[in-house]
Design a binder for this molecule. Structure first.
Ligand SMILES: [Zn+2]
Ligand SMILES: [Zn+2]
Length: 408
């Protein structure tokens, strides 16, 4: 008997976790945190015990799982790995994610094109797919009762990652568990490569103007790389500021994805000193900073609150606003302070890392599973998936947290 159990992220957006059990072997697919719920508490993870985090719905109900053999994560976003440190089992993640996690826990980096044996009869495999952070993987779990394929998160973007479509076709999936964040949006998600010409035009225009402040998601190495290249083209000195950004940039450097053509500042004092110099020396710098959602304590927020910007300066938001009350309010506050200082605001220079409806249709036809289980979404998104499966002739099973599907 093979059981697929919905543990987190089914009927909600955040704290993704699915448990597979076969013959006494249990495997967790992702183990993330619910970032919006943590934001609501105004505290960080360290303020709470594991029990409190579970009670508040910030992490999945991990204490209910006993005898977990292994946990596998698809990529380095916190809604997929943010609760891994509470697990006591072997952990396999892509190399980039392992570098990111290694400071706090012991993890194994999973190779490409090679199966990993979890028990006598269960093997797993990591297959490259594109998303908005490096080395995102689809995970295949092979058991004698069937093959489970887990795709969360993904987009089909050949400009980003070398996607092995042939391999995906040959997996022979009995069940596809798949993210559903943007399945209700028609069409295809634009390629990451389409952002570069947009940013190129914007940044070229700013060449002889004041300070340029660029902000995006900290794990979005492709976007950060583009910003660095374009800043170099206009001969600006580049400062990368803020702890989460610096952490990710260092992981990317270790894998040879980035070369140090910039200065890194992660400590409060270092950031303060560097900013003092920037503002004294006529603003001729390109800053890449944390604070794309206007978060309190982020570098962007601190700069804005210090009232030091002027009408020659520009802030580029290369992101969307994650639609929850707190982010919307934080961004409004930052933008209205910027407007008061007369600073030029350029926003939404962004494409998503999540598949839209047409990408989902393509993935279904490539993987061609017997059954589909949508994850990483709420009722509205699951309904959209249901309609898509109906149209394409795929069987779908909707699970809510706590429910399971058993293959006999
Ligand atoms: Zn993600
Ligand atoms: Zn996600």
């Amino acid at each position: 008997m093979l059981r697929i159990e919905a543990f987190g992220g089914y009927g909600e957006i955040g704290r993704n976790m699915t448990i597979l059990s076969f013959n006494g072997v249990k495997i967790a697919l992702d183990c993330g945190m619910h970032i919006d719920r943590l934001l609501e508490t105004n505290c960080n993870m360290d303020c709470f015990s594991q029990q409190e985090l579970e009670y508040l719905g910030i992490i999945p109900p991990i204490s209910k799982v006993s005898n977990l053999q292994a946990a596998l994560a698809t990529h380095a976003h916190l809604d997929h790995i943010g609760a891994m440190r509470f697990l006591n089992c072997d952990i396999f993640v892509p190399c980039y994610t392992s570098l990111f996690l290694k400071r706090s826990m012991k993890v194994n980096s999973a190779p490409i094109g090679k199966k990993i044996s979890i028990s006598d009869d269960v093997e797993v495999e990591f297959i490259p797919i594109a998303h908005s952070t490096p080395q995102t993987r689809v995970i295949a779990v092979y058991t004698p009762k069937g093959t489970i394929v887990y795709a969360s998160d993904f987009k089909l973007d050949d400009s980003q990652e070398k996607i092995d479509y042939g391999k995906l076709e040959k997996l022979g999936a009995d069940v596809l568990i798949v993210e559903s964040l943007r399945v209700h949006e028609d069409g295809k998600t634009p390629e990451e490569a389409s952002v570069k010409p947009m940013l190129e035009d914007i940044i070229a225009e700013l060449e002889n103007k004041g300070l340029i402040i660029f902000t995006t998601f900290s794990a979005h190495i492709a976007r950060i790389t583009t910003a660095i290249e374009l800043a170099k083209e206009i001969d600006r000195q580049i400062f990368v500021m803020g702890r989460s950004l610096v952490d990710h940039v260092i992981c990317a450097e270790k894998l040879g994805m980035l070369r140090r053509k910039y200065k890194l500042f992660s400590r409060r004092n270092g950031i303060k000193q560097a900013l003092d110099e920037v503002f004294e020396n006529g603003h001729e710098t390109f800053l890449i900073v944390t604070g794309n959602q206007g978060e309190p304590g982020s570098v962007l927020r601190r700069i804005v609150e210090q009232n030091r910007l002027c009408s020659e300066d520009t802030v580029i938001f290369s992101c969307n606003v994650i639609p929850n009350e707190i982010n919307i309010r934080n961004r409004q506050e930052v933008e209205s302070m910027l407007k008061k200082q007369g600073t030029n605001i350029i926003k939404d220079v962004h494409v998503s890392g999540h598949a839209r409806r047409q990408d989902h249709a393509n993935l279904l036809q490539i993987i061609d599973p017997e059954t589909v289980i949508p994850c990483h979404g709420d009722a509205m998104r699951f309904k959209a998936y249901k309609e898509l499966c109906k149209e394409l002739g795929y069987e779908i099973r909707i699970l809510e947290n706590g429910q399971s599907l058993v293959l006999k």
